[in-house]
Design a protein around this ligand. Structure first.
Ligand SMILES: C[S@@+](CC[C@H](N)C(=O)[O-])C[C@H]1O[C@@H](n2cnc3c(N)ncnc32)[C@H](O)[C@@H]1O
Length: 262
């Protein structure tokens, strides 16, 4: 190696070091770390909420999970003898799921009667596939067609803690969100939060578990106006936009609504 090369390498390393220090001391990165820590400390986990609802729906309740990745992180924890997973296997090569398909292809084949039974109604559907609004919108729309009237759709990642978590590019890891990615899921959930024939809320845990129901009065539609789905407006009106509540409050509402319907 000649001197010139060594000098250039040293200069490059110094620049990288300075850049690293800048990132380390950057206020957005510091805030990002804090927000990740807070979110990761929240309880309960998605699996506990799903199991609570499945138990409520009774024995043999049917469960569908869109986007499974590593089953041990959620799917395996779900207490149902009637559960199905859908995933094209983009993030886990072994992809041990029932249907190795995208959600669009799964619902298409289901409608065509090529898989399961086209008249099937699931009791709980957990949407956690591709976190882009357009895809989540289609997943919710399709899920509504195959949902028991008393059932629940759960949507993961509805409560992004900062705008950096809502990046459309999952691969970009240098942002203050680090590797955590909620994408634009909240926009699809917010769209259904405005629909008058549905009830919805979002449990403030595990990056926001949005819940939608046709019959269970878990929350009225939002009146927040955000026609261009802007993050700043979500941030200012987070509670009302998402109907953000604790799991305890959710259980209270649900049991209240059930008691009134008897
Ligand atoms: C965040 S992970 C799922 C995590 C899992 N549900 C859990 O709770 O631990 C997202 C998964 O969605 C899958 N995915 C990506 N695009 C998809 C699509 N169009 N349809 C269904 N799944 C998709 C990916 O392959 C990945 O495994």
């Amino acid at each position: 190696m000649d001197d010139q090369f060594m000098k250039r390498k040293l200069k490059e390393n110094l620049q990288l070091y300075r850049l690293g220090r800048r990132v380390q001391n950057d206020s957005y990165h510091i805030l990002g770390d804090k927000l990740n820590y807070v979110e990761l400390s929240k309880t309960p986990l998605r699996s506990q909420i799903i199991n609570f609802l499945l138990e409520l729906m009774g024995k043999d309740a049917k469960y569908l999970e869109i986007g499974v990745r590593f089953p041990e992180q959620n799917f395996d924890k779900i207490s149902s003898s009637n559960k199905y997973g859908v995933d094209p296997g983009l993030e886990n090569k072994s992809n041990p799921v029932d249907f190795k398909l995208t959600s669009d292809e799964f619902f298409k084949r289901l409608r065509e009667g090529k898989i399961l039974d086209r008249s099937i109604k699931f009791d709980v559907i957990f949407i956690d596939g591709l976190h882009l609004a357009d895809q989540v919108d289609r997943d919710i729309r399709n899920a509504l067609d195959f949902l028991n009237d008393n059932g629940f759709i759960l949507v993961h990642d509805c409560n992004p803690p900062s705008v950096f978590h809502t990046n459309e590019i999952q691969e970009y890891k240098l942002s203050p969100a680090k590797g955590f990615w909620n994408g634009t899921t909240w926009k699809a959930f917010f769209k259904y939060r405005q629909q008058n024939d549905l009830y919805s809320c979002c449990i403030d845990t595990d990056w926001g578990i949005g819940i939608i129901s046709k019959k269970n009065k878990i929350g009225e539609p939002t009146g927040v106006k955000n026609p261009f789905f802007e993050y700043k407006i979500l941030e200012k009106n987070r509670k009302e936009s998402l109907n953000l509540i604790s799991f305890e409050e959710f259980k209270k509402r649900l049991l209240n609504a059930k008691a009134k319907s008897f």
